[in-house]
Design a protein around this ligand. Structure first.
Ligand code: FES
Ligand code: FES
Length: 158
């Protein structure tokens, strides 16, 4: 079957099998920020944005994407450029092995789009589905709060 959807601001037409997951597809086209973790919707390593919401790509079958909008971390960064949240994570030492980091960054991007006033509970809720085996969450939460507040400040000024 052939489906059409938006991927990182590009309209794509894909021939796919009904049982192929979005995670399998994204990794087959080398979007390796989307990690293959548990494959059961439990670790959040495969988090992407689907119509602005953070979801697990391992649970999404390709036919359900028809007409929808998918974003991965590749949209926000290249080898030459990283976004402000990534920069803050790096400076704060919020990344250790990094396996969970792309998923966390997308969960936080969804939160940033959804809410104007943010506090620590919002950040912790947003990261609820992103399992991290290394950091203990203290540094990621600190970094996220700092970057989100700075972003909101810029939005208010502009
Ligand atoms: S790989 Fe999708 S939630 Fe773990
Ligand atoms: S930094 Fe290693 S799993 Fe989170």
């Amino acid at each position: 079957m052939i489906i059409q959807f938006e991927l990182n601001d590009q309209l794509v037409q894909v021939e796919t099998q009904p049982g192929t997951t979005l995670l399998e597809y994204l990794r087959s086209i080398e979007l390796y920020s989307v990690k293959h973790g548990c494959d059961h919707g439990e670790c959040g390593a495969c988090t992407v944005l689907l119509n602005q919401k953070a979801v697990n790509a391992c649970l999404l079958l390709m036919p359900t994407l028809e007409g929808k909008k998918v974003e991965t971390l590749e949209k926000f960064s290249t080898h030459q450029h990283i976004n402000s949240m990534q920069e803050t994570f790096l400076k704060a030492g919020a990344v250790q092995c990094g396996f969970c980091t792309p998923g966390m960054l997308l969960s936080l991007e969804a939160l940033d789009r959804e809410k104007l006033d943010l506090n620590e509970d919002d950040v912790r809720d947003a990261l609820n589905g992103n399992l991290c085996r290394c950091t203990g969450y203290v540094k990621p939460v600190e970094a996220a709060l700092k970057a989100l507040k700075e972003n909101k400040g810029k939005e208010v000024q502009s």
